[in-house]
Design a protein around this ligand. Structure first.
Ligand SMILES: Cc1cc2nc3c(=O)[nH]c(=O)nc-3n(C[C@H](O)[C@H](O)[C@H](O)COP(=O)(O)OP(=O)(O)OC[C@H]3O[C@@H](n4cnc5c(N)ncnc54)[C@H](O)[C@@H]3O)c2cc1C
Length: 513
């Protein structure tokens, strides 16, 4: 039987946490550190452009680390976070590199400049898919860390009173606090399982590609682009929500939350800016819709586009997962249809495909988000309904999964009731069930975050400590502020004292400032 701890250990969450800890200190990048780079650049030969290729280029001397002739390189300055990452600028002025520096596993260039393309252009997708799968996994881990801190702190922090004269409750007992934390806790698990499955799919499909089978690469590439954007968006927005859920202490570096957020929020930008990623995913979806419309049988996670369109959902308060998955897939299919038919009618009216894509950008992004959401709900459900899970673990995870699904419907209710697939009564039921699930999760919330097994060393949070000794830790943290080195700060003698003694006037003080 698979326990929660074992399920998480199988997925290596603490290994990743350890890497994260080290990476914060040891990241090497182009600005001041690297002496060679892998440069992505256009390959031009015999007057033709063959697109972006990877080249190894030496940029600094191996003797004294100075930039080589024609190369300007340096640091780009402070960023909102990620400052241990040596991001740099790099400029080339007539720099020549040998032909063999082209990374030529799949495509190459002959001595006479003849270009030999890759057997299949999709080969280049592999690395991108792999990196995006890692980003999805990384997002879940950052979101999980923020959930650990916020849940533990919310179990320690007491405020106000629910009944007049009663005891001050732990803030986690407020329904509004549960609404801030539990759906994100469910999302951390959901995205965690998604990253794991993406990596396994990558390994499987990559092995097929090595054998010359490319059938599923485009599908995985489209999905990976969308899931990268989806995970990064939930994580970045979610951690900020969790920070605010910790009140004033969430804003302090003592909480550990700002560091987690600044570390992961660039995932919305690097390795493909999120909107551009959603659009890439949507382009694939629109193509698949066109194929399904001509009666072609779609396979794998796209097969829902072949489903006959149903008018009404049977979803009721038993929250059957197959009804919820059906609602998500129905809504995704509808939104893909909206984007695709809009594009088709623009193109019929003479608009070019590129212009039409731009004129459908917003509905395309909505379609991609809905598709990703449907994929994650289905995948989450398949993991928590595995029959090798210990029954008590399965029950708790199934509750989380249900919450993830109903909360998502409640958040985007308009999309689900737009064509009457769900109606007003079902919308009321969804809200009631969401609130009941909060109450059901509450007794297990701390155990669910402890199960991530992040040691205090990784969290570096005064308020998310395992032992709950929040206030002692905050006090010790505050004492280490450099301003506390002297009991009476120097500014007292230079400014405050003369001001209080009338020797310094406010006018001259503001002139000094
Ligand atoms: C922390 C961090 C680390 C990084 N590390 C590296 C690194 O190691 N190596 C490296 O090469 N790069 C790195 N980058 C750069 C990163 O890859 C780019 O920032 C990213 O690809 C987005 O490109 P951009 O900055 O040009 O954004 P832009 O393309 O300028 O985006 C600006 C806006 O335009 C919109 N937009 C752009 N194109 C389209 C389109 N086709 N359709 C609709 N809207 C569009 C975007 O949605 C966005 O809203 C890093 C970035 C960050 C933040």
């Amino acid at each position: 039987m698979c326990t929660l701890q074992k399920l998480i250990q199988d997925l290596n969450i603490t290994d990743f946490a350890e890497q994260f800890y080290l990476k914060e200190q040891l990241i090497i990048s182009v600005g001041k550190t690297s002496n060679h780079v892998v440069l992505m650049a256009q390959l031009l030969s015999q007057g033709k452009c063959h697109g972006i290729h990877a080249f190894i280029v030496q940029i600094r001397s191996e003797k004294d680390h100075t930039p080589l002739p024609g190369i300007s390189v340096g640091d780009i300055g402070n960023k909102i976070g990620y400052n241990a990452m040596d991001n740099g600028f790099l400029r080339f002025d007539n720099v020549r590199i040998p032909r063999r520096n082209l990374l030529a596993r799949y495509s190459r260039i002959e001595k006479d400049g003849t270009y030999i393309p890759a057997k299949n252009p999709r080969l280049a997708y592999g690395t991108m898919v792999f990196v995006r799968a890692l980003i999805v996994g990384g997002c879940s881990k950052s979101l999980a860390q923020a959930c650990v801190i916020t849940t533990r702190y919310s179990a320690v922090r007491r405020q106000t009173e629910i009944r007049p004269g009663g005891e001050e409750p732990q803030v986690i007992d407020y329904q509004t606090q549960q609404e801030k934390i539990f759906p994100l806790l469910a999302a951390a698990y959901a995205i965690f399982f998604t990253g794991d499955v993406m990596l396994k799919e990558y390994v499987r499909i990559n092995a097929d590609m090595e054998k010359g089978i490319f059938d599923e690469m485009a599908a995985l590439h489209g999905l990976a682009a969308g899931l990268k954007a989806y995970s990064a968006e939930i994580t970045s927005n979610g951690i900020d929500k969790l920070r605010r859920a910790c009140g004033g202490h969430g804003y302090s570096h003592a909480s550990g939350l700002p560091k987690i957020w600044t570390y992961i929020t660039p995932a919305c930008t690097y390795e493909g800016e999120n909107t551009v990623m959603y659009l890439q995913c949507a382009r694939y979806l629109v193509k698949q819709y066109a194929q399904a419309a001509t009666g072609q049988k779609l396979v794998g996670f796209m097969s829902y586009l072949n489903n006959p369109v149903k008018q009404r959902s049977a979803l009721n308060d038993t929250l059957n997962m197959s009804d919820m998955i059906e609602a998500y897939e129905h809504t995704a299919a509808r939104l893909i249809k909206v984007a695709a038919t809009r594009m088709q009618s623009l193109m019929k009216s003479g608009v070019s495909v590129e212009e039409a894509r731009n004129m459908c950008g917003v509905p395309m992004v909505s379609a991609a988000k809905a598709h990703c959401e449907a994929y994650v709900v289905k995948l989450f459900s398949s993991v928590v309904n595995r029959n090798d899970l210990e029954p008590s673990v399965a029950r708790v995870l199934q509750t989380l999964c249900k919450l993830y699904a109903v909360y998502g419907i409640n958040e985007r209710l308009g999309d689900f009731i737009h064509d009457g697939f769900l109606d007003g009564q079902q919308a009321d039921m969804i809200l009631n069930q969401t609130l009941s699930l909060f109450a059901e999760i509450r007794p297990n919330a701390v155990a669910l975050v402890d199960a991530f097994d992040y040691p205090d060393k990784i969290l570096q949070s005064c308020i998310g400590r395992y032992d709950g000794r929040v206030y002692e830790a905050l006090y010790e943290y505050a004492k280490t502020s450099p301003l506390n080195k002297q009991e009476v700060h120097g500014s007292y003698y230079t400014t405050l004292k003369p001001l209080m003694e009338g020797k310094l006037k406010f006018d001259s003080l503001s002139a000094r400032l």
